[in-house]
Design a protein around this ligand. Structure first.
Ligand code: URP
Ligand code: ZN
Ligand code: ZN
Length: 468
């Protein structure tokens, strides 16, 4: 009989399809046995009042990414992965960003060097293609896909990242040829620039006008354009961080048309609104992200999209900057206009408690749907299944133990990220992850990080089950 290192006893195991009480036996890094009762193990955990779920996979986080002159992201790999683990995650997927003029391969190597030996949990990189030169499209990108970087993000906005329609089509064509999954940030560059400059001319420069400069029509138009490009090229596509009704309806329309168009949404779009950006003085800057949070009807639309299966993944889009810092939200230029407030909010640690509480505890989704949205579909979407993303014999023993009844108030002081604030300060949740196990090793216990930053591995991936 296999010698067990860890036994998790009597918990309610939840997968994307099932929910049942059983013991789990772990040998080394893998789940070895699931049974009514498993044999004794070196360490035993009583999970009788807990849900035992696959560890969360957050397939959209930004870590240590350059964000403009004088701006510094608040998390390195150690703090981001500690924060993720404390929030019930066992894998994060940041981006290796190609800066214009740089080689894509070189960018990947730089990020890997930053991450190796610095991660408390496993990490796997997507690519960001900002400079699709003939060498990138013809050689670097196909070679990187074959080497296990099987997804890449492109942008329809941001001065340093935007691709024009011709470039988008060329990148989509490479995705089709290599069976990589292309992720698209849908917001129209020219329209935003037009609106932002008009607002500035009218003296409307406070953080709130960030939301006004990026109305949902800008996101909806770009989503429709990206969908049309994907249909033309006949390539599957993931639209990331969908913020509200109009874009959700574009995705649903594409899906009903039979296109392989997938979608992600995030906690900010079910809990925050543009009103959050109206804080006194500069405090609205804490909520500046793109696309911006919308309104209550948009939140309702996101839940409709979740119920109807429009969304496959729920990610954080963790993109942390310090608020009270000249290298973050309150950099000197940001005081002159919303255009200089770095875009992004921290959220890797709060994503799962928010989805659990707003979804499962409030009866909007089942625990199984929670697992699908927070782990299983991420693993399938990004080529990590069946190694990651579920609970079964032979899977990596990546688990999160949840107390479904524990009430917590989200506060900056209990979080582990490098930011100096959370957009959800004072937000009350029911349901909290009390232990995180990564490849058989307990990483978080009672809110404390108990595994070193050499535990996590940087993983290569297979091709997406959704990109075929
Ligand atoms: O405001 C955001 N979301 N910043 C992160 C970069 C991105 O577009 O995902
Ligand atoms: Zn984006
Ligand atoms: Zn992002």
């Amino acid at each position: 009989m296999t010698k067990l290192d860890l036994a998790i006893r009597g918990g309610t195991i939840v997968t994307a399809s099932d929910m049942f009480k059983a013991d789990i036996g772990i040998a080394g890094e893998k789940i070895a046995v699931i049974a009514e009762t498993v044999a004794g193990a070196e360490r035993e955990i009583d999970a009788s009042s807990l849900y035992v779920m696959p560890g969360g996979i957050d397939s959209h986080v930004h870590i240590a990414q350059p964000s403009g002159p004088g701006i510094v992201m608040a998390d390195d790999f150690a703090s981001a992965t500690a924060s993720a683990a404390a929030g019930g995650n066992t894998l994060v997927m940041p981006f290796a960003l190609q800066q214009r003029g740089a080689s894509l391969r070189g960018s990947v190597e730089e990020y890997r060097t930053l991450a190796e030996g610095e991660c408390h949990i496993d990490t796997a990189f997507h690519l960001i293609v900002s400079d699709p030169t003939p060498a990138v499209l013809g050689q670097e990108l196909p070679a990187l896909v074959e080497a296990g970087y099987t997804s890449f993000k492109v942008f329809m906005t941001y001065d340093d990242l935007v691709l024009n329609d011709r470039q988008l089509l060329e990148v989509f064509d490479v995705a089709r040829a290599t069976q990589a999954l292309v992720m698209v940030h849908c917001e129209g560059y020219d329209t935003i620039k037009f609106l932002a400059e008009r607002l500035e001319r009218a003296g409307k420069t406070e953080p709130y006008y960030h939301a006004v400069s990026r109305p949902e029509i800008v996101e909806r138009e770009a989503a429709h354009r990206a969908i049309s490009h994907a249909e033309l090229i006949d390539v599957p596509m993931m639209i990331v961080h969908v913020s509200g009704r109009e874009t959700m309806e574009q995705v649903r329309w594409a899906q009903q048309r039979g296109l392989k168009v997938y979608a992600e949404t995030c906690p900010q779009y079910i809990t925050l609104t543009a009103e959050s950006l109206k804080g006194l003085n500069m405090t609205g800057a804490k909520y500046v992200c793109s696309p911006p949070p919308r309104d209550c009807d948009s939140q309702k639309a996101i839940w409709e999209g979740i119920a109807q299966g429009v969304f496959q993944t729920f990610s954080s889009d963790h993109c942390p900057f310090r608020y009270d810092s000249t290298d973050g939200k309150l950099n000197p230029k940001a005081r002159t206009s919303f255009r200089w407030v770095p875009n992004g909010i921290p959220g890797v640690e709060t994503r799962l408690p928010i989805l659990f509480s707003e979804g499962v505890s409030k009866g909007r989704i089942t625990p199984q749907k929670f697992v699908e949205l927070s782990a299983t579909n991420h693993a399938k979407m990004y080529g990590l299944y069946p190694r990651k993303g579920s609970i079964g014999i032979g899977f990596d023993a990546d688990l999160a133990l949840w107390n479904p009844n524990r009430k917590e108030t989200i506060r900056q002081e209990i979080l582990h990220h490098g930011a100096d604030y959370t957009p959800w300060e004072g937000f009350e949740v029911t349901g909290w992850p009390v232990m995180t196990v990564s490849r058989g090793t307990i990483v978080v216990e009672d809110g404390k990080i108990v595994a070193g930053k050499d535990h996590g591995r940087v993983l290569e991936r297979e091709k997406s089950a959704y990109a075929a």
